[in-house]
Ligand binder design. Structure first.
Ligand code: EPZ
Length: 419
């Protein structure tokens, strides 16, 4: 197991954002909808992608991955089981369920189990797929299903916390091969769903409305192979914006889609940053003193929950009191206790965190609890006086490809060591 040792750093220069993990995973799952070859570009080299490769290989796909390009072909083996040993390490594996039911008519996919960021049920996935005609039962920790013939219908996919990103992905993928028309109402509008829609259309699917709360799908008898370049990672971009604010470092962030991060840019502006956007590049100049702001996480185009922890670090150093309200995963606050150990002044009550800005934080030995919390601790380490040791950095590697190697040329003092 690796750990990071981080020293106070100030950053300068250009950072190029990688492909989006959360777009890549469902798109890789979508290749199960065809036996033809699919070619994907810009897939990030992160451990969650490697997990999805293992799941696809287990399901009979042959995956060739050279830097930049992934080719996915089919073998004769047509397994339909995604086992617990793979699924438990990554919840996104559950989005093979829809494509398996639609294409192979059978699926046995482990339920993902508990998650450190809070309760993450899959009831909406199951509801949508059942309404399409799949027969699903949950037994011995697995969702076991069959689908003699899926048929399009009108599905309301809203839940207690609004739309579901991977729930929408699962139902959308299954609907592409269902007979007739499917309407998915209260579908997630995230850019990753739009990118999945674009890929499915390249495979021959008939979809309209992706990126809106009402997606319409006209089912096809079969889909074919396709080639696609995955969008860039808005969460990696946002993480760099938070790092720039917290460390008060002027940066240029390249390979971004500004429309994917409008709420984040708005937040950075309210914190006092001066932003210059030029096509797919952002120059950010943080203020000397950060303004406190209130942030509420919401489904897209609202402020993403996946950037809550990173922005919390910047707010720890603002001139005043900020309030964060977590509306997607109300328990996603594991990083609070670790930041408190580094001198942050945060009090938490239910889905609220009140952050009282302080002038400085100090290094400590801290524990990464999940992917985005790890990124927050890296940022905290770069602003803290003294050494910060971040244990269990494998969480970070799930979604950021060798982040330390991308940050070092900017001046970050980060070392990866054996724990
Ligand atoms: C996706 O998870 C992302 N994962 C998460 O990113 C992200 O935090 C989340 O969307 C929200 O934006 C991937 O794309 C691989 P949801 P997902 O279903 O789809 C509730 C990261 O750090 N819900 O949109 O699993 C759920 O509990 C990860 O990269 C139900 O009630 O999230 C939550 O409150 C972490 N029933 C809300 O909906 C369901 O069946 C939104 O969750 C499904 C979800």
């Amino acid at each position: 197991m690796d750990k990071f040792v981080v020293h106070k750093s100030s950053l300068k220069g250009e950072f190029v954002v990688s492909g989006a993990k959360n777009a890549s995973l469902p798109i890789m799952a979508a290749t199960l909808l065809t036996d033809d070859e699919c070619i994907l570009h810009n897939i990030p080299d992160v451990s969650d992608v490697r997990t999805m490769v293992r799941i696809l290989e287990n399901l009979g796909k042959v995956v060739q991955w050279t830097p930049g390009t992934m080719r996915i072909r089919s073998r004769r083996l047509r397994n339909y089981v995604a086992p617990y040993r793979l699924v438990r390490t990554m919840r996104a594996s559950f989005c093979v369920l829809g494509p398996l039911l639609a294409k192979r008519k059978k699926a046995k996919v482990s339920l993902p189990g508990g998650c450190v960021i809070g309760s993450r049920p899959v009831d909406l996935h199951l509801k949508g797929l059942s309404q399409l005609g799949a027969e699903l039962i949950v037994e011995n920790g697995y969702c076991v299903g069959s689908a003699a013939g899926l048929a399009g219908t009108h599905i309301f996919l809203g839940g207690h916390f609004g739309s579901s990103v991977l729930g929408t992905a699962n139902v959308l993928m299954a609907a592409t091969l269902a007979a007739g028309e499917t309407l998915i109402e209260y579908s997630a509008c995230e850019p990753e769903i739009v990118d999945l829609g674009v890929f499915l259309k390249k495979m021959g699917a008939d979809i309209t409305g992706e990126g809106t709360p009402l997606i319409r799908v006209n089912g096809k008898r079969q889909l074919h192979g396709a080639e696609h370049t995955v969008i860039s990672d808005r969460i990696e971009a946002g993480t760099l914006i938070a790092a720039s604010l917290a460390t008060r470092s002027a940066l240029t962030i390249k390979n971004i889609y500004p429309l994917h991060i409008t709420s984040v840019l708005e937040c950075a502006r309210r914190m006092g940053a001066v932003l210059r956007l030029k096509r797919n590049s952002l120059s950010i100049k943080p203020p000397r003193r950060l303004h406190p702001v209130n942030i509420t996480t919401l489904p897209f185009p609202g402020f993403p929950t996946d950037l809550q922890a990173q922005f919390m670090v910047a707010l720890c150093l603002a001139d005043g009191v900020s309030l964060i309200t977590e509306k997607i995963f109300p328990d996603r606050f594991m990083h609070v206790a670790e930041l408190q150990r580094m001198g942050a002044r945060i009090s938490r009550s239910g889905p609220y965190a009140i952050i009282e800005g302080t002038r400085s934080m100090y290094g400590a030995e801290v524990m990464a609890s999940d992917l985005r919390a790890s990124a927050a601790l890296v940022i905290a380490g770069m602003v803290a006086h003294g050494d910060t040791e971040i244990l269990r950095i494998y969480h970070l590697d799930r979604g950021y490809g060798r982040l330390e190697e991308k940050l070092k040329p900017l001046g970050a003092k980060i070392k990866r060591e054996k724990q």
